[in-house]
Write a protein of this length. Sequence first.
Length: 292
Amino acid sequence: MNTSAANTVKVANHEIGPGHPCFIIAEIGINHNGDLAIAKQLIDNAVNAQCDAVKFQKRTVDVVYTEEDLARERENPFGLTNGDLKRGLEFGTKEYEEINAYCKQKGILWLASCWDEASVDFIDAFNPPCFKIASASLTDDELLRHHRTKGKPIIISTGMSTMEQIDHAVEVLGTDDLMIMHSTSTYPAALEELNLAVIQTLIDRYPVPIGYSGHEVGLSTSFAAAVLGACMIERHITLDRSMWGSDQAASVEPQGMTRLVKDIRAWEIAKGDGKKRVYDSEIPIMQKLRRK
């Protein structure tokens, strides 16, 4: 494992990289369904699970989507078109001011995936500890460069991307204060398409912290990602997987998030340092059980 070449990135008061505690992000995304009260409940659950951060998504709807796409018929809680849905899910200044204050009150970091340059500027006004670039934006060179103008650490997700596209994004961004997350962009993702071995491939290829952003059903594979060397784990969080919304089924309910964090922290204690030793607690057992 090429951990010696991996950089450590500082995000607020967290050191992210090999040898440091796994940085765990609860992605709220759009699972708030446009309701600030639900967003606050999700923040509460992330805090209770002892996650390190929550993440939202920010879009300038008329920039990210075409007029034709927004006009497309799509019945939803906000209206009859796709545009009604996208605008209904989007929080503005008032909501993010409340989110910012609430996260500070609860003592948890928050960040966002920004899908266009204006959204980067919008979120940057709240002084986030870092930015996340979604898999869908990995090939948007202008957006990548605009993120770099803010001088903040950057996390990139690599779902639906070839190795050549990842190489290019890393070339555009540079490796300073960069973190890369392996991901598969289906919701939910099938087990046979998670390809967790790519985590080691990325560790060997890039001198940056490597993480995992999961969209699968269940917890065991996200835990396995941490065991395989992921320095960050991100999972979508929901109040109930049966709620309305496109990401809910690929999300983790509160009790599941608590279990995932607990298991990762237990693994961090149990993995040790690799040096074989006889513990003092073993000596009485050794004396009792060994004949010679």
